[in-house]
Design a binder for this molecule. Structure first.
Ligand code: COS
Length: 382
């Protein structure tokens, strides 16, 4: 694994970094307060090619490898987790899954539209009764001639009310993971309704939603992958998705570090900048080491993806470490800011609230530990 970025990778990272600094950071507090990102940002993300990273050019994509994608996720995560989520769900979980499993017709129908920002996607796996135990989901798809009728409820769905298509996992067979299939369901179909979940601790700019499907009719041609293959499709998408969450967490931890260094240099107590106190430097040093360590875990996982090697355990390690590091860094940043860290005039309180979800979605820290434990011991503790 080469730890030096190529010139093209540095350019891509710098493009993302400059854009985030100009177009995301200045609005992040306002979006957080309004509980709504300005969705015009989607068009800009598309113009920059960020919604087509890793998608074949024939389908409107901008090419690039997984590390390129991870570099952009870090920069978006540094700016705003809700914006990062728009890309990592539409592109990382939905578009790339269609690229991997879709028919030519499915790719032609959806991929150019995702890459141009015309359509967003959402990943409808979690249900009110099945979060970590995704293999036991109860949403049902029942055969009706050449079609399927899907009924059920999905919850905590990122991009839920913005998405034009939902990748819905539904039960088509026996109980357990092997009875699940995947469907591409346009969200304007009769029987499809959604409600945005307000009052979230963080991630407030995101349209996180509850979806209800009441006998939604989908054609068999809208089924993604083989019958009964849905759970594996979901798990494979999440293996890569976890690297994106990890990378976004690195960006968030970096934001905490940068804000803390700047503030500690300006804020004076006992006639000296607080940066001159050892206990403040200790917090800054810990944030810096853990941010860098998290990034190295992300890059290792991305590099394994790019070399076609098994990467699931490395992805879980990166996700576990980076998301927990972001929470810790945000907590320390609040400590550095003192009382000012507790009001939203300064950004670190939002960093804490946004960091908290990283240890929950796309597999909790406990699930990542159990996956790592299972890989090492060969024994499933689920
Ligand atoms: N890639 C490919 N196949 C996979 C896989 C992966 N990463 N993980 C599991 N599978 C396959 C297994 O190989 C097994 O198939 P075979 O019997 O043919 O080998 C099948 O899927 C069932 O797997 P498993 O027995 O591991 O399922 P469990 O129900 O025991 O556990 C966990 C699955 C807990 C790992 C899974 O439900 C999980 O990741 N939960 C967290 C869900 C999550 O991240 N939710 C967030 C949603 S997005 S916000």
């Amino acid at each position: 694994m080469d730890l030096t970025l190529s010139e093209e990778q540095e350019q891509l990272r710098d493009l993302a970094r400059d854009w985030v600094e100009r177009e995301v950071v200045p609005h992040a507090t306002e979006w957080d307060r309004a509980e709504q990102v300005d969705t015009k940002i989607v068009g800009k993300l598309a113009e920059l090619g960020f919604l087509g990273l890793g998608i074949d050019e024939e389908f409107g994509g901008s090419g690039g490898d997984f590390l390129d994608y991870a570099l952009v996720m870090e920069e978006l995560g540094r700016g705003d987790t809700s914006v990062r989520g728009i890309v990592s769900v539409t592109l990382g979980l939905v578009a790339k899954t269609i690229q991997a499993y879709g028919t030519v017709e499915q790719k032609q129908r959806w991929l150019p539209s995702f890459c141009s920002g015309e359509t967003l996607g959402c990943f409808a796996l979690t249900e009110p009764g099945t979060g970590s135990d995704a293999g036991n989901l109860v949403t049902r798809a029942v055969r009706d001639g050449d079609d399927w009728l899907i009924s059920g409820e999905k919850i905590f769905i990122t991009n839920g009310t913005w998405a034009g298509v939902a990748l819905v996992f539904a039960r088509t067979g026996n109980p357990g993971p092997k009875g699940v299939s995947a469907f591409l369901v346009p969200t304007d179909r009769a029987g499809f309704s959604r409600r945005e979940i307000k009052g979230k601790l963080g991630l407030r700019g995101q349209a996180t939603a509850e979806l209800t499907l009441d006998n939604v009719r989908v054609a068999d041609a809208e089924r993604l992958g083989e019958l009964g293959e849905g759970f594996k499709i979901a798990m494979k998408a999440l293996d890569k998705g976890r690297i994106a969450v990890a990378s976004g967490s690195v960006g968030l931890a970096r934001a905490c570090l940068e804000a803390s260094v700047a503030y500690a240099g300006e804020r004076t107590q006992f006639a000296k900048p607080i940066a001159s106190y050892q206990l403040v430097q200790e917090m800054i040093a810990e944030m810096a080491v853990e941010t860098d360590a998290a990034r190295l875990l992300v890059w290792r996982a991305a590099d394994l993806v790019d070399r076609g090697q098994p990467f699931g355990t490395a992805a879980s390690m990166a996700k576990l470490f980076a998301s927990e590091a972001a929470v810790k860094a945000a907590n320390q940043a609040i400590q550095v800011f003192g009382g000012y860290g507790y009001v939203d005039e300064f950004p670190v309180g939002k960093f804490m609230r946004d960091a908290r979800v990283q240890t929950l979605y796309e597999g909790t820290s406990q699930i990542q530990k159990l996956l790592i434990g299972r890989a090492l011991t060969g024994i499933s503790a689920f």
